[in-house]
Write a protein that binds this ligand. Structure first.
Ligand code: SF4
Length: 394
C-alpha cells in the first residue's frame, strides 16, 4: 500500500508527520512523492491563523476533486469537516526519514488561555513524553547519523514527566547527543521560560546559541488582551539573561500584527521591542480571527491592509537586525551542518545560512558531505546570508 503525506504549518506538525510516516513505513507502507500514486493521502493541517486554515481547506477540497476515489485522512491542528476523517492515533515509532535534521517531539498540548489561540481546543491539555524514552530517541537519532536534533512541542516549558522538568530534559538530551550532534530548542513561551532553562542551555556547548520566543506583542495592553501571562519587561529580562549567559546568542520571536484594539503606539511598541531586544529572526503573522476564540469577538478590528502594513514594518526591523548581526560574524569561525554539499552550504547554530565563498575557495577542496559538520571562517555577507572559507570538516 502507498501513502502520500502533505504537511502544513509548524515544526511540531512536521515532526509529527515524520513520526507518522515512519510508523506507516514500519508497517510496510511505501511513501510516494505524489498524491496520484497513493492509496491513502494524509494531510497534516494547520489552523494557526484563519488564513492557514483556509489554505488547508482549499488544498483538501482540491485533493477531493482531483482524487475522488482515494482515501483521505486529515490530522494535525484542523477542525473536522463533513466527509473528512480525523486520525487521532499517531503511530509510536519515531525514527524519521532522510531529512537533514531530526525532530524530537517531547510534549503536546497547552493549558494556556490565550484569547486568539485554538491549540488547547485541538490538542488538549499538556502531555509530556516519558523522560527516558526521549533520551533513548535522541540516541537513536544519533545512531542514524543526525547532526542536529530539534526539540519540539506545543508549549515546551510545560514539560513535566514525573517531576522532571524542561531544564532537566535539555540537559539530558544534550548529554546524550554528545559532541557529534547539536541540539536546537524550539519555540518557547516567554511566560514559562525560566532561568534554569537558560542555564541548562548555557551549560552545554552542543545546544545551539539560538532562542526563539513567542513574544506576540511589545505592548503591555495588547499582551493583556491576548491573555498572555507575562509582561514586556519579562521578555526583556529573558533576552538580557540569555545574552549574559550565552554571548552572541541569536534570539528570534513570533509577533502578531493588528490584534483587535492595537493602536499605532501599540504597534510602535512592538517595533521598539524588536529593535531593543535585537531579534534577528521573526515569524510575523497578521492577526487572523479564529472562530470560537474570545478575540474573534473583540472590538477594535484592524483592517487587513493595516495588519499587512504593520507586519511588514515589524519584519523590516527584524531584517535590519539580522543584516547587522550577520556583519558582526565576519572574521569569526562558525559551525554549520552541511545541507548542500556542492556549495558547502548550511545553517549556523544561530540560524544564519552560510555557504562557501566562491571567490576565495572556488573548488570544494575539502569535500564535506550533506549532514556533516563544517567549520567556516566567515569572509563576508550577502544580505543576511554568510559566505566563508571551509576550514575543517568532520
Ligand atoms: S501558550 Fe501558546 S499554545 Fe498555549 S494557549 Fe497560548 S498561544 Fe496557545
Amino acid at each position: 500500500m502507498k501513502v502520500r503525506f502533505e504537511t502544513f504549518g509548524c515544526r511540531l506538525n512536521r515532526a509529527e508527520a515524520l513520526a507518522m510516516q515512519a510508523g506507516f513505513e514500519s508497517r510496510g507502507w511505501e511513501t510516494v512523492d505524489h498524491a496520484r500514486d497513493a492509496d491513502l493521502i494524509v494531510v497534516r493541517g494547520c489552523s494557526v491563523t484563519g488564513r492557514a486554515q483556509r489554505d488547508c481547506e482549499k488544498f483538501i477540497d482540491m485533493l477531493k476533486r482531483s482524487f475522488p476515489m482515494k482515501r483521505l485522512v486529515v490530522t494535525g491542528c484542523m477542525k473536522e469537516k463533513k466527509n473528512e476523517f480525523i486520525l487521532k492515533d499517531v503511530p509510536k515509532n519515531e525514527i524519521p526519514m532522510a531529512t537533514s535534521r531530526a525532530y524530537l517531539k517531547v510534549q503536546d498540548g497547552c493549558s494556556g488561555g490565550c484569547t486568539f489561540c485554538t491549540v488547547p481546543r485541538f490538542r488538549g491539555r499538556p502531555v509530556s513524553e516519558p523522560f527516558e524514552e526521549v533520551v533513548e530517541k535522541t540516541r537513536r537519532f544519533i545512531d542514524a547519523g543526525y547532526r542536529e536534533i530539534v526539540v519540539t512541542g506545543c508549549n515546551l516549558s510545560l514539560y513535566d514527566f514525573q517531576g522532571r522538568r524542561f531544564p532537566d530534559l535539555v540537559a539530558a538530551v544534550a548529554d546524550a547527543a554528545g559532541e557529534n550532534c547539536r541540539i536546537r530548542i524550539g519555540s518557547l513561551e516567554p511566560g514559562e521560560t525560566t532561568i534554569e532553562t537558560l542555564h541548562a542551555m548555557a551549560g552545554h556547548a552542543n545546544v545551539c546559541r539560538h532562542l526563539h520566543l513567542a513574544v506576540q506583542s511589545g505592548s503591555q495592553k495588547i499582551l493583556k488582551a491576548m491573555g498572555r501571562n507575562y509582561n514586556v519587561s519579562d521578555v526583556e529580562k529573558i533576552v538580557a539573561a540569555a545574552n549574559e549567559l550565552m554571548p552572541g546568542i541569536a534570539v528570534g520571536c513570533d509577533m502578531i500584527a493588528g490584534f483587535p484594539g492595537e493602536t499605532v503606539p501599540d504597534h510602535y511598541a512592538s517595533m521598539s521591542l524588536a529593535r531593543k531586544a535585537g531579534f534577528v529572526k521573526g515569524h510575523i503573522f497578521k492577526y487572523s480571527e479564529r472562530p470560537g476564540t474570545p478575540a474573534a469577538g473583540f472590538p477594535g478590528e484592524i483592517s487587513g491592509d493595516i495588519r499587512s502594513k504593520r507586519a511588514h514594518e515589524i519584519a523590516g526591523v527584524i531584517d535590519a537586525n539580522r543584516v547587522n548581526a550577520a556583519k558582526k560574524l565576519v572574521g569569526q569561525t562558525v559551525r554549520i551542518v552541511v545541507e548542500d554539499a556542492s556549495s558547502t552550504g548550511g545553517w549556523t547554530d544561530g540560524h544564519f545560512w552560510c555557504s562557501r565563498d566562491m571567490k576565495r575557495q572556488p573548488e570544494n577542496a575539502i569535500r564535506i558531505r550533506r549532514r556533516e559538520f563544517a567549520d567556516m571562517r566567515v569572509t563576508g555577507t550577502s544580505g543576511h546570508a554568510l559566505v566563508g572559507v571551509v576550514s575543517v570538516g568532520r
